[in-house]
Design a protein around this ligand. Structure first.
Ligand SMILES: Cc1cc2nc3c(=O)[nH]c(=O)nc-3n(C[C@H](O)[C@H](O)[C@H](O)COP(=O)(O)OP(=O)(O)OC[C@H]3O[C@@H](n4cnc5c(N)ncnc54)[C@H](O)[C@@H]3O)c2cc1C
Length: 489
């Protein structure tokens, strides 16, 4: 068991990392990632010396501008979390939080004084960690219920309130915090870069079900923040600030492919070696069906990761990519959870053992389960996505709109998807289900695109899309079920 990934780390000297060619840099990250392999790395809060193994390998450099010693590379940000996720999903999340959610807003929106104060700390071999503080006990999905306030005081701002469930709650030194101010002109939301010593205190620790390398809890804030550390995200209302929430969701698309590559490899290896009766598990038809589902999820997430890496840019404004990123987050996370479930089922009782020597199914299930909940619960994101498309459908019906909408149209025509069941009046529950359909149709279109650009074999592509079509059919059935339930009341 790897207790600490320490001094033996075979990495390039830190000073040379910023200038290394991409492949060499990423090879160093992969070497460091091997220390954290889910099969052996302990399920406990990551010690600082292990975080140092990652920072010495340069995992923070892709998000940092070149002027601050960084590599300023969106594609590398994606590939870093993807290769970490293949080894250890929780370690990939840890890194994505620090880079995509906490540091990116400082890089993109902070003034020069704040950038000069904060970014150099993260550009060295022994960097601290940073977190993102949005959720509150009474405000998760509905951010309009936020109670943390800010007020202008001499030289800066006073922020008071309570947050919870922040990744790295008790350990991060720097925070990005959102608060509100109610004034005569109405409500205004503000974002602040807060150092723990400014008045950020963890009053309770949570015992999370999975992702054990990350610490969570309740955070009480009573902080004075100098004026320059207010950062200018959006126009002060929630809808103009959506960009700040999108980077984490996009990075989930990037890391999902790494996680599912590992799950697919592990599931096949287990099914080929475990004997049930006279033959291997993989000789059973239904086990092969589960393996097909896992392979399909892997193919789709490889395509979504390709889309995030080649079509988006986390160093710039993500707001125009809103519907696509919502779709990526919904589809990738539903597939991750589904595949982890299939994998655990086919490993039987052995898959229910933490630390089993034969598989990582328990860990994969516990670590992936929260992906449909955090970073915006999928139910809410689905509703938002369906509403976004409905608002653009000009009364012509959602299904009809999707047949002509550029992000979904190629899949609708290539696979003959009939989405007209979405054309009627849609209540809230229909919108949530319709959002899933949009995410699956979007994903099917990305699979087509990815296959054309990478020359992927047609067999696995066709099978992966068949699972997405089945997911869409399931929603059609659920529409019927909702109608029956409604008729019964
Ligand atoms: C492991 C973990 C890590 C996290 N990391 C962070 C972090 O780093 N920073 C941070 O600020 N927050 C973080 N969070 C908080 C997370 O983003 C919230 O938990 C999430 O947004 C949901 O909010 P909530 O828990 O208040 O759930 P609620 O808002 O109470 O929602 C509960 C459930 O109600 C249902 N629901 C809600 N709205 C709708 C809707 N419109 N349609 C259908 N169903 C709906 C959904 O099933 C939803 O899951 C984390 C949470 C977890 C568990």
């Amino acid at each position: 068991m790897t207790g600490s990934a320490g001094a033996d780390s075979p990495l390039a000297p830190f000073a040379t990392l910023a200038a290394l060619p991409a492949e060499e840099f990423l090879a160093g990250v992969e070497k460091a990632a091997a220390h954290f392999d889910a099969a052996s790395y302990p399920q406990r809060q990551m010690p600082a010396e292990d975080w140092a193994v990652l920072t010495r390998a340069g995992v923070l450099l892709p998000v940092l501008p070149a002027a601050y010693g960084g590599r300023d590379s969106h594609a590398e940000m994606c590939r870093v979390v993807e290769s970490l996720a293949e080894r250890n999903l929780a370690v990939a999340v840890y890194t994505a939080i620090v880079t995509g959610l906490a540091l990116r807003p400082v890089v993109v929106w902070a003034g020069e004084e704040t950038r000069r104060e904060v970014l150099p700390l993260f550009a060295g071999p022994l960097a601290p960690t940073a977190g993102f503080a949005s959720t509150e006990p009474a405000a998760g999905s509905a951010m309009s219920g936020l109670t943390t306030t800010f007020e202008k005081v001499e030289g800066g701002y006073r922020i008071r309130g309570r947050k919870h469930w922040q990744a790295l709650s008790a350990t991060a030194s720097w925070w990005l915090v959102v608060a509100k101010r109610d004034g005569e002109g109405g409500r205004e939301y503000g974002w602040f870069v807060v150092e723990r010593g400014d008045g950020f205190r963890t009053s309770q620790r949570y015992d999370a079900m999975g992702l054990k390398v990350i610490d969570y809890g309740v955070n009480d804030i009573d902080a004075f923040v100098p004026a320059h550390r207010r950062i200018d995200i959006g126009a002060g209302n929630l809808s103009s600030m959506v960009d700040v929430y999108l980077s984490g969701r996009a990075l989930i698309g990037a890391l999902s492919g790494g996680f599912l590559r590992r799950i697919a490899d592990e599931a096949h290896a287990y099914a080929d070696t475990r004997r049930v009766g006279r033959g291997p598990l993989s000789s059973i038809g239904f086990v092969r069906y589960r393996l097909d589902a896992i392979d399909g999820a892997h193919t789709v997430c490889a395509a979504l990761g390709h889309h995030v890496r080649t079509r988006l840019d986390l160093t710039s404004d993500l707001a125009p990519a809103f519907p696509g990123i919502q779709a990526v987050k919904i589809a990738a996370t539903e597939l991750m959870v589904g595949a982890a479930n299939h994998y655990q089922q086919l490993t039987g009782g052995e898959g229910y053992r933490s630390g089993s020597p034969t598989n990582i199914a328990a860990q994969a299930f516990l670590d992936s389960r929260v992906f449909t909940i955090f970073d915006g619960t999928n139910d809410l994101l689905s509703q938002q996505l369906a509403q976004y498309c409905l608002d653009r459908s000009a009364g012509g019906g959602l299904g009809t709109f999707l047949a002509g909408w550029e992000p979904t149209a190629p899949a609708v025509s290539a696979y003959g998807l009939d989405l007209r069941f979405l054309d009627g009046t849609l209540a809230q529950e229909h919108l949530v289900l319709a959002g899933r359909v949009i995410a699956y149709a979007f994903a099917a279109a990305r699979v087509l695109e990815w296959a054309a650009e990478t020359g992927a074999a047609t067999g696995p592509v066709r099978r992966a899309v068949a699972f997405l079509e089945a997911d869409i059919e399931r929603v059609r059935v659920e529409f019927g079920l909702l109608a029956r339930l409604g008729a019964d009341t």
